[in-house]
Structure formats: structure tokens, C-alpha cells
Design a protein around this ligand. Structure first.
Ligand code: GN1
Ligand code: MG
Length: 367
């Protein structure tokens, strides 16, 4: 059973089933946690605070493979941390009473549990350069932690997740099949998407030159890193379901997208959608601090393109979902995904306008 698009309100029987499965006292009222677009996440704030998450099995149909990837990632990080090779907290998957890493039921779907990290917070937008620096540094350390690991160790759970060619084809197919009203509403945004198709060629060129595949996070938005509420330092990288083979420029691009703009990704106020140079500088220095001595020259060259490719790709995904009738991303009103697409494309325009400055900052940070 998939999570569906409705916000799940936990019923008493479901809470009892979860408590039984995880050996928890039912001394809590679960509260929705975070702003994720895919899974349904709750905090069970009982004697032992636990994060309970219903996995979206439409987006991730193979739960066993999803959890195998997740176990691989967290085990790797725990071991590295023990050997002093990783300086951040690692997610703790809570086993069920039967020792399983997830529980499943025909009525309630597939659930997993994590230890809740105390004194941590997530940000939806960045207001200080230090926040951009800290979050980017945590993701840089995460990337570095897997530099010696064969990307093939992880299964691509969502094939072609960041394949720009496939994402463009999906948009074209959605356009053909869209409801005429939505097609009409999206028409100017579609034109814009077609006009910027040349970005794909620049990407192809880098791949031909031999850009190395790494294990990447693939969802490095600001709210996927927990920050320490006291020190404001990066604490723990979360949301590990899209950790798959990829390119560093994807992770860098998603950070520029989500950490340099003052507005959230669904803001209607397009006049306020800009890449801020001070935040960009924080992202670059944070990201390259742990990576500077291992990242290859070609990877450095690829980063500026990543900063454009990812908002473009995500804009294509939002637009596709709007045309398909909001079947993927949780949408809170009918134009939500169209608004998100326009927002990403506005940000891409701003990033493109700062291309030269972006290149300059990148080269200044590599000595
Ligand atoms: C989704 O799960 P969440 O909200 O962190 C999406 C990402 C998008 C992001 C945009 C599996 O991430 O790819 O970049 O929304 N995750 C998946 O906010 O599609
Ligand atoms: Mg998330």
C-alpha cells in the first residue's frame, strides 16, 4: 500500500499495531514530522522518542531493496565513524521486536523506525551563511565517506532518477496525455523548458569526458541535514533513500538550489527567487572543505553545470507531475506542482545570470 497523497492521520489501531511491532508503550500522540514530499513521517514522543515512517511503496516498490541499500549506507557510516573517518551522527534504524528492519501489514503498509535525534532541528530555508556552510560541509563529508566504495554496491532504486534525457522524455509524454486545462495552464512554462533544452548537451559532454560515478546522496536539500540546535553545526545527514550511483555535481547542484534562495521551493513570489552570492560562497567552501583534496579536476569543472542542471531537472519533474495530475509529489492545492516548476525555472535564470561569478568562486576555493 502506498502512502497516497492524503496526509495520514494515525488511527488508534495503527498506533497499537506499531507499538506492538516495536515494543513501544503507547504513551504518545504521534505528530507529523518534517516536510518530506514522499513518505509519511511521525514523531512518537513517548518515553523513548522514536521516528515512525510509513514508506511510500508507489515511489519505492521494492521495500527489501530499499532497506538493503539503507542498511549498507548506515553500516558503512557507522564503521567509518568508529574508525574516526566520519565526524557526523548516523541514523539508527530501530529493529522491530522480531528483529526486522521494517514491518509490513496489508492494511497499514510498510513502516520503519529510527531513533529520534534530540536537540536537533531542520531548516526549510537558509537565513545565515554559516547554515549553508555547515549543511554543505556535512554533505561533502558524506560524499567523501563513499569515495572508496564501488557505486555498484547500491541498487539504483529509482532507475534514471537524475537522468536528464529520461526526465525530458517523461515531460514530453506527460504533455501529450495531459488534461487540456492543465496543458493550457502550463503552456508558457513548457515553452521555457523546451528553450533551455541545451543544458542537456553540456551534460552529455562531461559524461563523454569521463566524469566519475560516485555514491551520492541525490537529495541534498537543506531539510535533509539535521542541525545541532545548540551549536548550529551540521549534525546528521538524513533521508538516505536516494543514495545511489551518481555524480558529485548532482549533490552540489541540489545544495545550490535549496540553500542559496531565500524563498521556499513553492514560493509564488518569483521576484524574490534569486541565488544569493553570500550563500553560494558558504555552500562552496563548506562542500569543498572535506572534499578539496580528493575531488578530481573534471568534477570541479562539472559543479557549475550541476548548479543549473538540478533546478532544471527538478523543474521538469514538477511540471511533469502537474501535467500527470499530481501523482508523485504531495500537492496541497491544484497548481502546487506548476508553481514549484516555475519557481525552479526562475531560480535557474538567476543562477545562469551569475555563471561567471560561480565559476570564479569555485576556482578560488580550489588551491
Ligand atoms: C523529494 O522526500 P523529499 O521531500 O526529501 C524528492 C526529491 C526532490 C525533492 C524536492 C524520492 O524529496 O528528489 O528533489 O522532493 N524525492 C524523491 O523537494 O523523489
Ligand atoms: Mg526529506
Amino acid at each position: 500500500m502506498g502512502a497516497g497523497k492524503e496526509c495520514l492521520k494515525l488511527q488508534t489501531e495503527l498506533i497499537q499495531w506499531l507499538c506492538q511491532a516495536y515494543g513501544l508503550a503507547d504513551d504518545f500522540t504521534p505528530k507529523p514530522l518534517g516536510q518530506g514530499h514522499i513518505h509519511q513521517t511521525f514523531l512518537a514522543n513517548g518515553q523513548r522518542p522514536v521516528v515512525l515512517q510509513q514508506m511510500n511503496t508507489q515511489v519505492f516498490p521494492d521495500t527489501a531493496a530499499l532497506m538493503a541499500n539503507l542498511n549498507f549506507v548506515v553500516n558503512h557510516l557507522h564503521l567509518l565513524k568508529q574508525a574516526s573517518g566520519y565526524g557526523y551522527d548516523v541514523l539508527n534504524i530501530l529493529p522491530s521486536r522480531m528483529g526486522q528492519c521494517w514491518v509490513e501489514d496489508a492494511t497499514w503498509g510498510a513502516w520503519r523506525a529510527f531513533d529520534f535525534k534530540q536537540n536537533a532541528l531542520t531548516l526549510e530555508t537558509v537565513t545565515k551563511v554559516e547554515q549553508a556552510y555547515e549543511a554543505a560541509r556535512a554533505f561533502g563529508a558524506f560524499n567523501r565517506a563513499f569515495f572508496d566504495t564501488d557505486p555498484k554496491q547500491l541498487k539504483p532504486l529509482i532507475p534514471d532518477f537524475h537522468n536528464i534525457h529520461v526526465r525530458f522524455e517523461q515531460l514530453e509524454a506527460a504533455k501529450q496525455q495531459a488534461d487540456p486545462m492543465r496543458q493550457e495552464q502550463a503552456s508558457a512554462t513548457l515553452d521555457w523548458a523546451y528553450l533551455h533544452h541545451t543544458l542537456i548537451l553540456a551534460f552529455d559532454l562531461l559524461v563523454v569526458k569521463g566524469l566519475p560515478q560516485r555514491i551520492t546522496h541525490n537529495d541534498t536539500k537543506i531539510n535533509n541535514v539535521l542541525m545541532d540546535a545548540t551549536t548550529n553545526m551540521g549534525l546528521c545527514v538524513i533521508d538516505l533513500d536516494t543514495v545511489m550511483p551518481g555524480y558529485l555535481m548532482y549533490d552540489f547542484g541540489d545544495m545550490v538550489r535549496s540553500m542559496t534562495c531565500r524563498e521556499p521551493e513553492d514560493s509564488l513570489d518569483l521576484d524574490r527567487i534569486h541565488m544569493r552570492m553570500d550563500m553560494l560562497s558558504g555552500v562552496i567552501s563548506g562542500y569543498l572543505t572535506p572534499l578539496g583534496d580528493v575531488i578530481t579536476q573534471l568534477e570541479i569543472e562539472s559543479l557549475a553545470l550541476g548548479a543549473k542542471l538540478i533546478p532544471y531537472l527538478l523543474g521538469l519533474r514538477f511540471l511533469t507531475d502537474y501535467l500527470r495530475g499530481d501523482v508523485y509529489f504531495k500537492a496541497h492545492y491544484p497548481e502546487h506542482n506548476l508553481v514549484r516548476a516555475r519557481n525552479q525555472f526562475a531560480l535557474l535564470e538567476s543562477i545562469t545570470a551569475h555563471d561567471a561569478a560561480l565559476e570564479k568562486l569555485l576556482s578560488a576555493n580550489i588551491v
